[in-house]
Design a protein around this ligand. Structure first.
Ligand code: GLN
Length: 285
């Protein structure tokens, strides 16, 4: 019978041979999920034998990870800004650098004011829900073109108890009539698909083979959504309203030009942990 330690060691070797990064950590996190414990608790249970049911499940998880399925899809969840979000293959996996977007918005607004916030391309709802939990006087509307993404966002809204100030709708920002249906926002935020069509093929297998392509690439030059969202935001933001974007590495300057061309001023950048200009924001005149 296999013990916790033996199964971790075997799985680590397997994942390493397949070329998975941080194989031991992956092997541990997947087993911790099956045993319903914290990763570090495994170290107190190295000699515990696994029962057949656990071994079958663990084999399935390790085999999926060996095919480059992202860890978060196998676990079915991810932590973002201290909250738990359900994820599946219809939504982009929330990334750590997107937490900078939340920090920057929190620093820039006054929580005592009731603000109306729009999150364009909300995916799992991570940005909308985190803002609603942190800016408790505000109301947030998250929109996405994907019905499956909105279904996931609605589950995350319920799980995080924020039905009171969050709403999710299916909507297409590229729709020419978009600005007729929505208006009066104080803040617009978006982490749009910003990988260009030509760069898309060079991404990790985990992304290309598993994450929804429409959440990752714009199938264009990487700026299609920055252009469209800046144009729409200039129309539907209140005077002095603010627009916040997440940007891909090296994109901030060009996005600044797009925002300036659409009448935004006071443009600022915020850097991520690697020193990359990750957030760009400005104000409507
Ligand atoms: N809003 C989600 C996030 O920031 C999804 C973004 C997207 O699908 N491009 O993680």
């Amino acid at each position: 019978m296999l013990t916790v330690l033996e199964s971790i060691t075997l799985s680590t070797d397997f994942l390493e041979k397949k070329g998975i990064e941080s194989p031991r950590m992956n092997a541990e996190l997947l087993l911790a999920e099956i045993l319903n414990c914290k990763r570090l608790d495994l170290y107190l249970a190295f000699d515990r034998p696994l029962v057949d049911k656990e071994i079958v499940k663990y084999r399935e998880f390790i085999s999926r990870r060996g095919k480059f399925e992202p860890l978060q899809y196998i676990l079915g969840k991810v932590e973002f800004y201290g909250l738990e979000f359900k994820v599946n293959r219809s939504v982009l996996i929330p990334r750590q650098e997107t937490e900078i977007l939340i920090d920057t918005i929190k620093e820039g607004v006054n929580n005592s004011h009731p603000l109306k916030i729009l999150d364009i391309g909300c995916g799992s709802g991570n940005i909308s829900i985190t803002l609603a939990k942190n800016l408790t006087n505000s109301t947030v509307l998250g929109i996405d073109i994907s019905k499956e993404a909105i279904e996931t966002a609605l589950i995350n809204m319920k799980n995080n108890d924020c039905e009171k100030n969050v709403e999710f709708n299916i909507a297409d920002i590229m729709d020419v009539n978009f600005a007729n249906s929505y208006s009066g926002f104080d803040i617009i935020v978006s982490n749009p698909p910003y990988v260009s069509e030509s760069e898309y093929q060079n991404l990790q297998k985990e992304i290309i083979n598993y994450e929804p392509p429409t959440a990752v690439t714009d199938g264009n030059d990487g700026y299609k959504f920055y252009r469209r969202i800046s144009e729409v935001s200039a129309e539907i933001l209140n005077p002095n309203g603010k627009l916040y974007f997440e940007a891909g590495a090296g994109q901030a300057e060009k996005i600044k030009t797009i925002m300036t061309d659409n009448g935004f001023t006071n443009i600022r950048f915020a850097k991520d942990y690697l020193g990359i200009d990750r957030v760009i924001h400005g104000e409507k005149l």
